[in-house]
Design a protein. Structure first.
Length: 262
């Protein structure tokens, strides 16, 4: 079973983000593999172990992302195709999906495309389903349980919904976006880390995917980010003095009159 996994590098959620002049200050930011994409990769590796085949990583991001992507190879993926050219960068979800879909078409020979349900940096939940639409493939989003039958070319997935579960059946190939709980991503072994740097790591350009500069990146985007603002500062806490009974009354008044939460 051949799978393509869409992998994105994102800032570590433990990193303190600073906004200056309407842009994120990148100095000092630690980058990691998008956590939801790790669930996607683990699922692809699991099905490869059961049915054989190949797991290919496909990533769009700057050259800096190479170190994060290597973790995917260390986990067990077979090869990487990295869209690292400057023209691919700074695009919206549509431009990113268009570039990834073109790369998938160039790669061909796949039974499933896996990716995380969202990237934790922009929370758009959009690229995976856009790739499916551009490739005219069925897609199942936010999957928490998956069963695939490569021989019959069918799949069955569960999705958590409010108050229950939804069961979906679909033909292969398909795009599957992974939710937390689908599996437990493995840690790269020492051997896997050593082998990662010897696995194929292919850098693709616009010409490789058959697109022009106006199709991708900022030039190919449908949305424009006009500003980035830090969250408003929280007001400092307040200590209410006095005897407990009187202080409790004052707290209730403040919650009702000022905070307006009761």
């Amino acid at each position: 079973m051949n799978s393509i996994v869409l992998l994105k590098e994102v800032p570590d959620t433990e990193t303190r983000i600073e906004v200056r002049g309407g842009a994120v200050v990148e100095e000092g930011i630690q980058y990691v593999v998008n956590p939801y994409d790790e669930f996607a990769l683990e699922e692809a590796l699991k099905w490869q172990e059961q049915h054989g085949g190949k797991v290919t990583l496909l990533s769009l991001g700057p050259e800096r992302a190479r170190e994060s992507i290597l973790k995917g190879l260390a986990m067990g993926a077979d090869e990487v195709y990295h869209l690292s050219a400057a023209e691919f960068q700074d695009g919206d979800a549509y431009a990113t999906a268009r570039a990834l879909a073109a790369a998938v078409q160039k790669l061909g020979d796949y039974d499933a495309i896996f990716c995380g349900k969202q990237a934790v940096d922009d929370d758009n939940h959009a690229v995976g389903v856009m790739v499916a639409e551009l490739l005219d493939l069925p897609h199942v989003s936010v999957v928490s349980k998956l069963d695939l039958n490569p021989d019959a070319r069918t799949g069955r997935a569960e999705r958590d919904i409010e108050g229950g579960k939804e069961v979906v059946e679909f033909p292969l190939p398909a795009v599957i976006t992974a939710q937390k709980g689908l599996n437990e991503p493995r840690y790269p072994s020492f051997r896997g880390i050593r082998q990662a740097r010897s696995k194929p790591f292919n850098e693709w350009t616009l010409a490789d995917v058959g697109l022009g500069a106006g199709d991708v990146g900022a030039a190919g985007s449908r949305l424009e980010v006009v500003d980035i603002l830090p969250p408003p500062e929280r007001a400092p806490g307040r200590i209410v003095p006095g005897e407990p009974a009187e202080a409790a009354k004052e707290v209730v008044r403040l919650l009702r009159v000022e905070a307006k939460v009761i």
